[in-house]
Ligand binder design. Structure first.
Ligand code: ATP
Length: 272
């Protein structure tokens, strides 16, 4: 089981002498093999939630569970992909992809199998002996994603993984992620600032309100995607042209605008 559960999660940070609440009673679940995207105003606590699922951060109250068990720290069943690719510059593409597996003690044959499979799936064949500095930003991020998938994690935690890419490369990566998610479904928590990206990739989109972040609404995309056969479209622009896509995107945009307009002007909500 690999569902991620946030139960009444509250996070209070201290800054100097002051404390402030970053997250207020956040509850939602990413079901087994479901792709959930989080969107929300800057500073609403998206990364903090993801770091909690990764075991790099902990709630002040409430609980974060993966597979029904409270998260106590990082674990091999969870892989994290950040905006910064964090590849080892002195290792080749092949060595970077195999790195996690090697650390886990996988034998050479298993490493080779995984590297070959993900080189192919991520369109990196022919680059296995290249070093990161010889690759474009998009290719480097593909290596980072391949490295995470090669570990065969139950859970993928992705924080703005395409944020540093140019618009065209980003679209290619989004299409590849959808393809990969179909071939190899995983439980995914994905943070993005792009509403379009969230609607295109996710089964459900969690909209967080501004500080302190809490769940404003959860939008079901999967049902609409199925009804309107989005998966029969080859390219992202075809999906983005569909009335059902435009409708969902506009609904989320409107929600975010309302949140923005209704947001308190003070920098943060102080708590006693
Ligand atoms: N370790 C920390 N100590 C103090 N404050 C923190 C810490 N980590 C996060 N914060 C604060 O908590 C709030 C939420 O931060 P977080 O990075 O989770 O937001 P976000 O929604 O991911 O933001 P963005 O969209 O801008 O990336 C922010 O006000 C941030 O400054």
């Amino acid at each position: 089981m690999s569902q991620i559960t946030f139960e009444q999660v509250r996070r209070i940070f201290r800054r100097g002498d002051e404390t402030f609440m970053a997250l207020r009673d956040v509850s939602f679940e990413v079901r087994e093999k479901e792709f959930v995207a989080i969107v929300g105003p800057s500073g609403c606590g998206k990364t903090t939630l993801l770091r909690m699922a990764a075991g790099l951060e902990f709630p002040s109250s409430g609980a974060v569970k993966v597979g029904g068990k409270p998260v106590k720290g990082p674990g091999p069943e969870r892989a994290v992909v950040f905006q910064q690719f964090a590849l080892f510059p002195w290792k080749t593409v092949r060595e970077n992809i195999a790195f996690g597996l090697k650390c886990q003690g996988a034998d050479a044959a298993r490493q080779q199998d995984a590297v070959t499979r993900y080189l192919r799936l991520m369109g990196l064949e022919g680059y296995e002996n290249a070093f990161p500095h010889q690759l474009s930003g998009g290719m480097q991020q593909r290596v980072a994603i391949a490295r995470s998938y090669a570990l065969d994690p139950d859970v993928l935690l992705m924080d703005e993984p395409f944020g540093a890419l140019d618009a065209q490369t980003r679209v290619v990566m989004q299409e590849e992620l959808v393809r990969l998610a179909r071939v190899n479904p995983r439980t995914v928590l994905f943070i993005t600032h792009s509403v379009e990206e969230a609607v295109y990739l996710a089964d459900r989109v969690v909209v967080l309100s501004g500080r302190p972040g809490h769940v404003q609404e959860i939008i079901d995309v999967a049902t609409v995607r199925k009804q309107d056969a989005w998966d029969s479209c080859e390219h992202i622009e075809e999906v983005m042209d569909l009335e059902s896509f435009v409708h969902l995107r506009t609904r989320i945009w409107r929600l975010l605008r309302e949140l923005e307009q209704g947001a308190p002007r003070t920098p943060a909500a102080a708590v006693a």
